[in-house]
Design a protein around this ligand. Structure first.
Ligand code: CO
Length: 296
């Protein structure tokens, strides 16, 4: 009888071993994981401006050498312009559909926007739609834009100050040109200016399409008797707005408006995406997203 039980136990052991071996073959979680990163920018059609994106691409690939990095542009106007030149850049939705088809299981979508305005919220809505889709990428996480939390305002302020040309003296102004928006997130520009001025009272932040406008900035500079201003884009790329609206020769460019008031202007055509310390903030947000994916 004892021998009978031992034989039965041996059979059971064999059955369990086979069962767990076959479960291992079919459900090996690690082997099935395919991680990807999708970087999403507004886009640019200015060839020289693309060096900011190349820089971001290099920094992200250095931070995540084992993960595939893809790109998408939210601006359909820019995508269509580039398509006419034979450069095909997908929209975030096209890129996610492709990644879904290519079997990616975990994707971190990193917004390369400056603030969480309309484009960020539209992107977030569509990323959620992908999360809910049958047969989709198993886990998707979205990283915040550059200026999202109070900690970001502090980190961005420190980066702005570190990036000011060394020859500028404290009685000269630094005027940042943000994009600006009708979206409530526009308030971040004034919040950034407040934090910057606590550290250096002659740093100003204006916007092209939101508030404060160049008129308000001009009055502030005049009120302080500023004679010289360094103009710096506060956008990821030094593209069309930086070249024309900030530093252009037209009557309504910031350079022209301030020069007409007797302020000497020094435009610096360098986007935030060209500075290591700024890109590190986006990369930190991506690291948070990747850590969330790790937990899922
Ligand atoms: Co614009």
């Amino acid at each position: 009888m004892k021998r009978g039980i031992a034989a039965f136990a041996a059979v059971l052991l064999v059955v369990f071993t086979c069962a767990s071996a076959s479960a291992g073959n079919h459900g090996n979680e690690d082997r099935d994981v395919k991680k990807g990163i999708l970087l999403v920018a507004f886009g640019t059609s200015v060839p020289e401006a693309r060096k900011a994106f190349d820089h971001i691409d290099r920094k992200v690939k250095t931070a995540f050498p084992a993960t595939d990095v893809k790109w998408a542009y939210t601006s359909s106007i820019i995508r269509h312009k580039l398509a006419e030149q034979g450069k095909m850049i997908p929209s975030p939705e096209e890129a996610l559909a492709r990644m879904m088809d290519q079997g990616y299981t975990h994707v971190a979508v990193q917004s390369l926007h400056t603030i969480a305005g309309q484009e960020f919220h539209e992107l977030s809505k569509n990323v959620k739609a992908f999360e809910n889709m049958a047969g989709s990428i198993r886990e998707i996480d979205m990283g915040y834009p550059l200026l999202s939390t109070q900690a970001d305002i502090e980190a961005v302020s420190r980066a702005v100050i570190a990036n000011i040309p060394k020859e500028r003296s404290k009685d000269e102004a630094v005027v940042l040109m943000g994009h600006g928006t009708h979206h409530p997130a526009n308030a971040f520009y004034a919040a950034l200016m407040f934090n910057l001025q606590l550290k250096d009272p002659n740093i100003f932040v204006g916007t092209v399409e939101g508030w404060p406008e160049v008129g308000e900035i001009q009055e502030m500079l005049e009120g302080k008797g500023i004679e010289k201003a360094y103009l710096m884009p506060f956008m990821s790329v030094a593209g069309d707005h930086a070249k024309n609206d900030m530093a252009g020769g037209g009557d309504d460019s910031w350079k022209s408006v301030l020069t007409a008031e007797g302020i000497t202007c020094v435009p610096i055509l360098k986007g935030t995406g060209e500075y290591d310390n700024m890109v590190s903030i986006w990369v930190d947000h991506l690291k948070t997203s990747m850590a969330h994916l790790e937990e899922k």
